[in-house]
Design a protein around this ligand. Structure first.
Ligand code: NDP
Ligand code: ZN
Length: 373
């Protein structure tokens, strides 16, 4: 018998060479757990991580789903989901059937280890990503370009009424990913100064979030083409790294540099890091191709101000709820272009994001009409 809850439908690839053209397919969801929630998808953002995953550029191994013990042999991506809860497991207490919820890039964690207990479930050693990631039983997770997604209740976030679904979607991964390190690095500082590198999906949300958290924000982009937009998003300053000498007036200036660029090879860390104050952090949320690195990093790169180079992964449930409250209170919203979900709509979103042709996030919409749910 086909149809929910026995099978879900979504847009999948089985070969990274087909990354731009996922095809409509029917697939078996993971086994339903006592703390699992089924979400009937309403809309889903498109994050650059999906390009890396579909092209299989974060690993030299074959697509994870091809060697899975059971479950689909093709891959559905999508991890900025908004939808309605249609089923809950026996032990679910965090949401109810009928609730509007969001799901980001993580769908499971053990919820028992020290990291989970401390509210760092995104760093759980047994964390499972919403797509392309292996559950302990071997099932490879399937994402939200689909009729439904199944996830642990911890990762199904309540969404304030004030935020429309297509604008709430990009906050689930992109927004949360930048909120967590900004908050953790500037909490308690007076007049913090934050630089955001790479004004794309994550970067444009980082400008608005840092501003709402009280920071003075400088957008750092490769050229001046996004200067006017960055000012409208709330950036106080703007730097085009194509202009030589940009760093001269910014020495000893920032409390945090947040790198949101999807490529790190061209980052000039010898120019960027001296703009940090003493012992402050350069945090990269950008995750490039597996063969890319931070070029030219030497001990002397950090020597003049004792700065640190680090990273950050997603965010916790608590931080997600804080972020949505901040967005509801301050009124900032991701800049979204909607695309109707279909094979053609998914193709257009992926290919245009790949070319950088988006201002500044796509949300696929119309799932209920398309899937007849
Ligand atoms: P976008 O494509 O929307 O934006 C990336 C931005 O990076 C571009 O707008 C551009 O900014 C800059 N950029 C693009 N190409 C280059 C290049 N060749 N060299 C230098 N800069 C470049 O991507 P997203 O915002 O969706 O994602 C950004 C990164 O964050 C990705 O690597 C993604 O995988 C990662 N990510 C990480 C997460 C985490 O938990 N750490 C979670 C989610 C995403 P400009 O034009 O201003 O220079
Ligand atoms: Zn993402």
């Amino acid at each position: 018998m086909s149809g929910y809850p026995h099978t879900f439908r979504g847009f999948a690839i089985a070969d990274p060479r087909d990354w731009a053209s996922p095809k409509l397919t029917e697939f078996e969801p993971k086994k339903f757990g006592a703390r699992d929630v089924d979400i009937e998808v309403e809309c889903c953002g498109i994050c650059a991580s999906e390009l890396f995953s579909l092209k299989n550029e974060w690993t030299h191994a074959p697509l994870e789903c091809l060697s899975s013990a059971y479950g689909p042999k093709s891959q559905v991506v999508g991890h900025e989901v908004i939808g309605r809860v249609v089923a809950v497991g026996d032990r679910v207490t965090l949401c109810r059937v009928g609730d509007r919820v969001g799901l980001g890039a993580q769908c499971c964690a053990c919820m028992e280890c020290a990291r989970c207990v401390a509210g760092n479930e995104q760093y759980c050693a047994r964390a499972v990503g919403t797509y392309c990631d292996r559950y302990p039983d071997g099932y490879v997770s399937q994402g939200g370009y689909a009729s439904h997604v199944r996830a642990h209740e911890q990762f199904c976030f309540p969404i304030p009424e004030a935020i429309p679904s297509e604008l709430a979607a990009p906050l689930q991964c992109g927004g949360l990913t930048v909120y967590s390190p900004i908050k953790r690095n500037i909490a308690g500082l007076e007049n913090p100064k934050v630089a955001v590198i790479g004004i794309g999906g994550l970067g444009h949300m980082a400008i608005m979030i840092a501003r709402a958290l009280g920071a003075e924000v400088t957008a750092i982009s490769r050229t001046n083409s996004k200067k006017a937009d960055a000012a409208k998003m709330g950036a106080h300053g703007f730097v085009a790294t194509a202009e030589p000498g940009w760093q001269t007036e910014l020495q000893d200036h920032f409390d945090l540099i947040l790198n949101c660029a999807s490529s790190t090879t061209a980052l000039d860390l010898d120019a960027l890091l001296p703009t940090l104050k003493v012992n402050c952090n350069f945090i990269s949320v950008g995750l490039p191709h597996v063969d890319e690195d931070f070029r030219g990093v030497k001990p002397f790169t950090f020597f003049s101000n004792g700065c640190c180079l680090g990273s950050s992964k997603l965010g916790s449930r608590e931080e997600a709820i804080e972020l949505f409250a901040l967005a509801a209170e301050h009124g900032f919203r991701p800049w979204v272009e909607t695309l109707p979900v279909s094979e053609a709509g998914v193709h257009e979103g992926l290919t245009r994001l790949d070319k950088g042709d988006v201002r500044y996030r796509f949300t696929l919409v119309g799932f209920r009409e398309f899937f007849g749910t």
